[in-house]
Design a binder for this molecule. Structure first.
Ligand code: SDX
Length: 428
């Protein structure tokens, strides 16, 4: 075991150093406060590891992303979202019988309780679908209770996992139908995961919709690319909430709420709104780059920058290529793509962005693809949540599997008032 030594106040403190399987190093500060009275301070957890995990590996310098050791590029090309979900949760790609059973359980659990449809009557059609999704996902715990007692029952977990992965599609599609005043289209047992979602979204009694193979494949790839990303904001939220022994539905509900933020998963919606503003207001690319560099300006270059990726986001590379392929194959005239490309080229050539290592992230191109699939802009983050759900579930399971479960409770550095007297209101 390697050691790090901290010298403080004339004393030396040895701290164990752990090695990751990709030779990452972590200094263990578990006993730091007990031995030295010190805590560490790392606002935003930029350099702090919250756990040891075997699910996803990211090398931000080299643009590497692997799920359970398999490169994202290979999964995006050769796998399906359902297989990838199984890989993340159970640690290996399913064999034929495992995949058949998993698919069958997803099919069997695709409906939501009929009473839950009445929830939608209470939502205004203009309500943001992320608010609807978080509410309905948490409500699943009312209709499908499966709380853990002290011991982690794997059968209960397996059923809650397939219920969530299957029903999130149904909830998302129903929220869209409610927003446009059309009747709900129920899930079908003869359609696979992504095709079923697209059918629930776009089929209607008066206008039949046939799922095109390219659309189904594109959605599988989009969801695979979003399926996990180690300890990002929303995944850390799921772990923290789950660490209190809150049930899986409520932990996922918290993750959905964290993902909604425009600095995180909400960025994909903001990217399209930003591109539309540029087109409508006639900003030049030069003006946009200048505003993006001006902290005083309200303009933010959404879809750019990342806490981990400091060269390129491998997901953005795949999505950018998919955008081009779609535009060429379907002869799509999408002016926003041209603006996005010009913006990317200008930023990548600008010293400010080079110095700060700001590159397009997963959200920069994903919205353009969702748009080509016909998904409304305010549902882009819902699509991110559908993709990220297996990752959240896998991380939550890994935390529960690593007994004893430790409730997450960070420390702080207090900088407030020292002790002072209570002053009666007459004397304030
Ligand atoms: C996701 O963590 C994950 O893995 C997330 C995610 C996942 O799969 O779960 O990858 C998904 O959330 C992708 C990110 C989507 N968000 C956006 O596109 C919003 C725009 N990006 C920024 O808000 C920012 O880049 C973050 C939030 C993504 C990263 O924030 P950090 O790591 O805290 O970096 P920072 O904000 O401290 O920025 C470092 C510097 C700052 O300048 P200085 O204070 O050093 O002078 O870079 C600047 C920032 O001002 N900067 C930008 C910028 N992003 C960072 N300047 C202009 N435009 C930007 N987009």
């Amino acid at each position: 075991m390697e050691k790090a030594v901290l010298s403080y106040n004339g004393k030396q403190y040895e701290l164990p150093v752990f090695n990751g399987t990709e030779n990452e190093k972590a200094v263990d500060i578990t006993n730091l406060r007990k031995d030295s009275g010190l805590i560490t301070l790392d606002v935003g957890y930029q350099n702090t590891g919250s756990c040891q995990s075997a699910i996803t590996f990211i090398d931000g310098e080299k643009g590497i992303l692997r799920y359970r050791g398999i490169p994202i590029e290979v999964l995006a090309e050769k796998s399906t979202f359902v297989e990838t979900a199984y890989l993340l949760i159970y640690g290996h790609l399913p064999n034929l019988s495992e995949r058949r059973l998993f698919s069958q359980r997803l099919t069997e659990n695709s409906m939501i309780h009929e009473d839950m449809l009445r929830f939608f009557d209470g939502f205004p059609p203009t309500g943001h679908p992320m608010a609807v999704l978080s509410t309905m996902v948490n409500a699943l715990s009312v209709y499908y209770p499966g709380y853990f007692t002290d011991n982690f029952e794997s059968d209960t977990f397996d059923l809650m996992a397939v219920r969530l992965i299957s029903k999130i599609r149904t909830i998302a599609a129903y929220s869209y139908k409610h927003s446009i005043g059309e009747p709900f289209v129920y899930p079908r047992h003869d359609l696979m995961y992504c095709a079923n979602f697209l059918n629930m979204m776009f089929n209607s009694p008066v206008k039949p919709y046939n799922v095109e193979i390219d659309m189904d494949r594109a959605l599988n790839t989009l969801l695979i690319l979003h399926a996990d990303h180690e300890q990002n904001c929303s995944t850390s939220t799921v772990r923290l909430v789950g660490s209190s022994m809150a049930n899986l539905y409520s932990s996922i509900c918290a993750g959905i709420c964290a993902l909604w933020g425009p600095l995180h998963g909400g960025a994909n919606q903001r990217v399209i709104e930003m591109l539309e503003t540029i087109r409508e207001d006639g900003f030049t690319i030069k003006q946009c780059i200048s505003m993006a560099k001006d902290k005083e300006s309200r303009f933010k270059l959404f879809g750019f920058g990342h806490r981990i990726y400091k060269n390129f986001d491998p997901r953005a590379t795949i999505l950018k290529k998919m955008c081009h392929e779609f535009v060429a194959k379907y002869n799509i005239h999408e002016p926003l793509i041209d603006i996005a490309m010009d913006l990317e080229n200008a930023a990548l050539a600008d010293q400010f962005f080079i110095d700060k290592k700001l590159y397009p992230n997963v959200d920069f191109y994903s919205g353009l693809l969702y748009r080509m699939l016909g998904i409304p802009t305010n549902m882009f983050t819902v699509m991110f949540a559908i993709g990220r759900l297996p990752g959240w579930i896998a991380q939550w399971k890994e935390m529960h599997d690593s007994r004893p479960l430790k409730i997450g409770r960070p420390r702080q550095l207090y900088i407030g008032d020292n002790i002072r007297d209570f002053v009666p209101i007459e004397q304030r």
